[in-house]
Design a protein around this ligand. Structure first.
Ligand SMILES: [Zn+2]
Length: 320
C-alpha cells in the first residue's frame, strides 16, 4: 500500500528487492517514513562529494573531518526543508577555524570554504575537538529563495564538543524538539566520507489519529532504533540505503523514496567574475592589477582561479 503518493513512497517488501530497486550511488539523500507518516527521516551519504570538497582546501585531518561533519549536516538539514534555492551554514568564531561556510542548493549541489589559522591550530595538539577548533562564536543558518522571497535566517551560539551539538541546540532553541541527527565521518585510504541519519516527528494529516501517548512511544522507539545504526552502517558504500533502513525499521512499516543524488558543484564562473569587474570603476580595476598586469580571482569555495587582463579600453578580458 502506498500511503503518501506525493512522495512516491513505496512500501518495503524484502531487503533483497529493495537493494535492487533503490540502488544508490555513493552520494545521495534517501527519505523514509515510519508509522504511517507520523515520523520521517533521511539517510545521507557523501563519498566523492565530501572528499572532493575537503581535498580542495588541503586541510589537516581534524579540520577535514569537521568540515565533512558540517557538509553532511547541511545536506541533511536542506533535505528536511521545503524550499527552492540555497541553504547556507556559516560559522564565525574566535578559534583557529574562524569561519566555515557550506551551502546546498535544492538541486543537491554542495560547496564549502574554511578560514583556518594553521599556526594557531598547531598549538592545539593532536586531536582537538570541534569546540577547540571553532572557539566561541555563532552558527547562522540561512535559506535564500531568490529576490522575490523573504530570506530566512536563524542564529545560534556554538556549543558542545561536536558540530552536531550546535545544530541540535539550534533545533531546541527554535522549538523543534522532535528532530534528531546522527552523524558519522571517516578518513580511510586517503579519502573522506560522511553520512547522516535523521528522524523527525511530523504533523501528519489524513492518517489515522492515534493517542498522543502512543505517538510518543512510537517516536521514542524510532529514536532508539535510529541510534542503533552504527557509524560503519551509515557510511558503508556497499550497504544499500534501503537495505539499511529496512534493517533498522522493518517492524515500523518503513517506506522509502528513491534516492536523490548529491554532488560537489560550485556556482562560480568566469562570467560572474567578469560582471563584478565590469561593475567597478576604471580606477578600481587598475587597483586590482598584480605585478604581471593581471587580475587574478580565486574562488574561495572550489579554488578555481580566473585570470583577466585589461584591454586597451580598460575592459576586463579573460585570459585563463
Ligand atoms: Zn567556485
Amino acid at each position: 500500500m502506498v500511503l503518501w503518493t506525493d512522495w512516491g513512497l513505496i512500501c518495503m517488501t524484502t531487503p533483497d528487492q529493495l537493494g535492487r530497486e533503490y540502488q544508490a550511488d555513493s552520494d545521495f539523500v534517501m527519505s523514509y517514513m515510519l508509522e504511517g507518516g507520523s515520523i520521517s527521516g533521511r539517510l545521507v551519504r557523501l563519498g566523492a562529494t565530501v572528499d572532493d570538497i575537503v581535498s580542495k582546501h588541503d586541510l589537516p585531518l581534524t579540520v577535514g573531518l569537521l568540515l565533512s561533519e558540517y557538509l553532511v549536516s547541511a545536506a541533511a538539514m536542506a533535505s528536511t526543508l521545503k524550499f527552492d534555492g540555497i541553504l547556507t551554514f556559516q560559522t564565525k568564531s574566535n578559534g583557529p577555524v574562524s569561519m566555515m561556510v557550506a551551502d546546498v542548493t535544492t538541486d543537491g549541489a554542495l560547496r564549502a570554504m574554511v578560514s583556518l589559522d594553521r599556526e594557531r591550530l598547531a598549538t592545539l595538539g593532536e586531536r582537538p575537538s570541534a569546540q577547540a577548533l571553532l572557539g566561541k562564536g555563532y552558527l547562522a543558518i540561512t535559506v535564500d529563495q531568490g529576490p522575490d522571497m523573504d530570506r530566512y535566517q536563524g542564529v545560534v551560539d556554538i556549543v558542545g564538543t561536536h558540530f552536531i551539538d550546535t545544530l541540535q541546540h539550534y533545533f531546541k532553541q527554535s522549538d523543534q524538539q522532535d528532530i534528531v541527527f546522527k552523524i558519522a565521518t571517516d578518513y580511510q585510504n586517503g579519502t573522506f566520507r560522511a553520512g547522516a541519519l535523521t528522524a523527525q516527528r511530523v504533523a501528519f494529516e489524513g492518517g489515522v489519529a492515534i493517542a498522543e501517548e502512543e505517538a510518543l512511544e512510537n517516536w521514542r522507539r524510532s529514536v532508539i532504533l535510529m541510534g542503533s545504526a552504527t557509524s560503519e552502517e551509515i557510511l558503508d558504500p556497499d550497504l544499500q540505503p534501503a537495505v539499511l533502513l529496512y534493517r533498522l525499521f522493518h517492524e515500523d512499516g518503513v517506506q522509502v523514496v528513491p534516492p536523490k543524488p548529491l554532488k560537489a558543484q560550485c556556482r562560480c564562473s568566469a562570467g560572474r567574475v567578469a560582471n563584478v569587474l565590469a561593475s567597478l570603476s576604471d580606477e578600481e580595476r587598475q587597483h586590482c592589477l598584480n605585478e604581471d598586469k593581471q587580475i587574478v580571482s580565486l574562488c574561495e569555495f572550489c579554488r578555481s582561479s580566473y585570470i583577466f587582463e585589461l584591454d586597451e579600453q580598460g575592459q576586463p578580458q579573460l585570459v585563463s
